[in-house]
Structures are given as C-alpha cells and as structure tokens.
Ligand binder design. Sequence first.
Ligand code: SF4
Length: 139
Amino acid sequence: MSAGNSGDVLPVMESFYTIQGEGYHSGRPAFFIRLGGCDIGCVWCDVKESWSSTGHPMKSCEEIVAEALLEPSRFVVITGGEPALYDLTRLTRLLHEKGFEIAVETSGAYPLTGEWDWICVSPKNLKRLYKKTWQRHMS
Ligand code: SF4
C-alpha cells in the first residue's frame, strides 16, 4: 500500500464514462476511474503514464463520487495503474452508499482493500501474485 496515503485523497490520472469493452461486464456503461501509480513494469503496458503516482490531480473520495454521480450509469470500474496500492475502503464505501456497483481491475500483486462487487484479477507477474487477492476472486 502506498506509504502516507490514507485513502481519503487519491491520485486520479483520468476518469471517463464509456462502455466496458472486455470481460464479464463487457457492453455495460461504466464510469472508469484510473488511479496513478504502478510498480509492476510490464513491457507491454499501454498506460505507462499511469506508472507514476505523482503528477496526477489529487482528489478526495467525495470529489470522485460527485463526478461519478454526474453520469447516468451506477456502475464504476476502478483501474490503474495498480489500484491496490491504495486503501480503497473509504472510496468504495461512499460509492456503495450512493448505490453504485463497483468493479476493480488489479494485477493481484497487492492486498486489496475495500468492498467490491466484482474483482478482475489480471496477473502480470505470477511471482508477485498476492495469494489472498486471488483466493478472494475465486471464492
Ligand atoms: S500492471 Fe497494468 S498498469 Fe501496471 S505495468 Fe502492468 S499493464 Fe501497466
């Protein structure tokens, strides 16, 4: 988990409303929240701008939820970067309080915090797969 970040304020590289294009929820309108910060270093990564956890707007969980509420869908996908670098307990709790269904896309390299309706684990480096995150996905 990112040192010094309590999860009240998070680095949001970008957020956008779109159609989920892959996986189980493919075709569903969703508000995507891409958090900055990833230390996995996949050579094929197509969002290398997300590797740094700095240089992105720092937004409070309340701000993020307010932006999500502007869109018609009540489905949120939190992606990165590697979202599990941060404590997502507060953000996911506030989103649930507003009636959102919440999915996360993670490499599975770190313990995952928060309350999730859908966990998509896409292992990038099996040596770094955090067992409990994987088991939670499979249960
Ligand atoms: S885990 Fe994802 S964001 Fe991180 S380097 Fe790999 S593909 Fe890029």
